[in-house]
Design a protein around this ligand. Structure first.
Ligand code: PLP
Length: 430
């Protein structure tokens, strides 16, 4: 499989180089040059396939010859050794719970798939690979966990100071060893800018082998297709159109869903739900993509003013906004609405939403008001305990802490940085 840069002025590469480069040298996102539709049998007989088989079939064409079948199967086995339950919340709405992985957020899947792919690509090399990643909250923990102690790889995680939750911070700063965390005196967009600058910095490129683990990396983006296939397998009745509501920030997750549809999964519509960082819904309304500065909200993993996967979404629809609007609707919700719906769904259905899933849930409710009967699935992207402060205050109940979280873990201190040059000298010195 060949990947091309969406800026069209760097050379096409295979999956391995696309993963190692992260972003193309012309600053473009990598995009597969050809999209192969799955054999119909995979969909019609999905109930008879295991989740691992489904994952393998959905991604194999995107990997091509870069990873042999046997190794790809091992990577998948190591990536998805946890559950992806589809929970009936009531009123034709289902929660696709993506938070049963080690860091309780859906990003575990992409991070683990990428870590294991890099381990494979670096197998015969004796130089260390540096993975540089910016996080608005959840990516950090998932990447730290996925890459912890993977031989030949060091990880540097940048997060915005004071803008991640206590659990998120504990999750990324408590590893040590090959994991370094850096607190940036700024917001997520600043973190992202630092990372992008480092990738274009010739001096850094000639001194370290650098790769990104952000959702722009194809090894993180594409395995997210799995969720949509797994949900489809678990639907009981297929007599209504299927609608996925995706709480979105950088739009990697939604973009993977669109790709799942492109390769043959029968999804009727997608609802792109955001908090007040609503560049995408505004684009659907006005036809103009006009990113704004990030606004902090209680669904902080979605606090992204300028979603990086936007060009990929356009590409999937050949830059035709009318075609795009036939498949995707966009809604935005504020913090007050989010708090209210968490309370309401708990009171009515005894189901605890996290602030991100809550936005996905509201998207379906809004959609159902003006559309024919559908099966609605929202992606519950994080465990509510990760946002315990918000939820416990609102519901006046204690969210049970899953056994996998250990608050007693020693926190390794982060370095504080306020400009790109600090990061640059750190990378060059270490
Ligand atoms: C990252 C994240 C999102 C947004 O996903 P994107 O792929 O960036 O759109 C939503 N919810 C949670 C909990 C997240 O961690």
């Amino acid at each position: 499989m060949i990947y091309q840069s969406l800026n069209h002025s760097s050379r096409p590469v295979d999956f391995e180089s696309a993963v190692l480069n992260g972003i193309a040298s012309d600053r473009g996102l990598y995009f597969p040059s050809e999209i192969r539709i799955l054999p119909k049998k995979i969909i019609s007989e999905i109930k008879n396939l295991s989740t691992n088989e489904i994952a393998y079939h959905s991604i194999k064409n995107f990997i091509g010859k870069s990873i042999p079948k046997k190794n790809l199967i091992t990577i998948i086995d190591k990536t998805i050794d946890f559950e992806f339950p589809l929970v009936d919340v009531g009123d034709d709405i289902y929660s696709l719970e993506l938070f049963h992985g080690p860091t309780l957020a859906f990003k575990d899947v992409g991070a683990r798939f990428m870590a294991r792919s890099l381990e494979y690509f670096n197998r015969n090399s004796n130089s260390v690979l540096t993975v540089l990643v910016a996080t608005s909250g959840d990516t950090g923990g998932a990447v730290a966990d996925g890459f912890y102690d993977v031989p030949g790889i060091r990880v540097i995680i940048l997060y915005p100071k004071g803008k991640v939750s206590e659990i998120q911070k504990v999750q990324m700063t408590s590893y040590g060893k090959n994991i370094t965390t850096i607190e940036v005196d700024g917001d997520f967009d600043d973190c992202q800018k630092f990372v992008k600058n480092a990738f274009l910095d010739e001096q850094i490129k000639s001194n370290c082998k650098l790769t990104s683990a952000n959702s722009i990396n194809v090894a993180r983006w594409l395995p997210q297709m799995f969720y949509y296939f797994f949900a489809y397998k678990n639907i009981h009745k297929y007599n209504y159109p299927i609608v996925f509501s995706v709480p979105s920030g950088n739009f990697g997750n939604l973009c993977a869903g669109l790709m799942a549809k492109r390769i043959g999964l029968p999804i009727d519509k997608f609802i792109a739900c955001t908090n007040l960082n609503d560049s995408f819904p505004r684009y659907l309304d006005s036809g103009i993509f006009d990113p704004k500065k990030t606004i902090p909200t209680i669904s902080n993993a979605m606090d992204v003013g300028n979603p990086s996967n936007f060009p990929r979404i356009q590409k999937i629809y050949n830059n035709d906004i009318n075609k795009l609007k036939k498949d995707i609707l966009g809604y935005r919700f504020n913090d007050n609405q989010t708090r209210k719906i968490i309370k309401k769904v708990y009171a009515e259905f005894n189901y605890i939403l996290d602030p991100h899933g809550a936005i996905g849930y509201m998207g379906l409710k809004k959609y159902f008001k003006s559309h024919t009967k559908s099966t609605g699935i929202f992606l519950e992207t994080a465990h509510p305990i990760k946002f315990a402060e918000t939820i416990e205050k609102k519901l006046k109940i204690k969210v049970e802490i899953p056994k996998s979280i250990d608050f007693s873990k020693q926190t390794v201190s982060s370095k504080l940085m306020s400009n790109y040059d600090d990061l640059k000298s750190f990378l060059l010195q270490n």
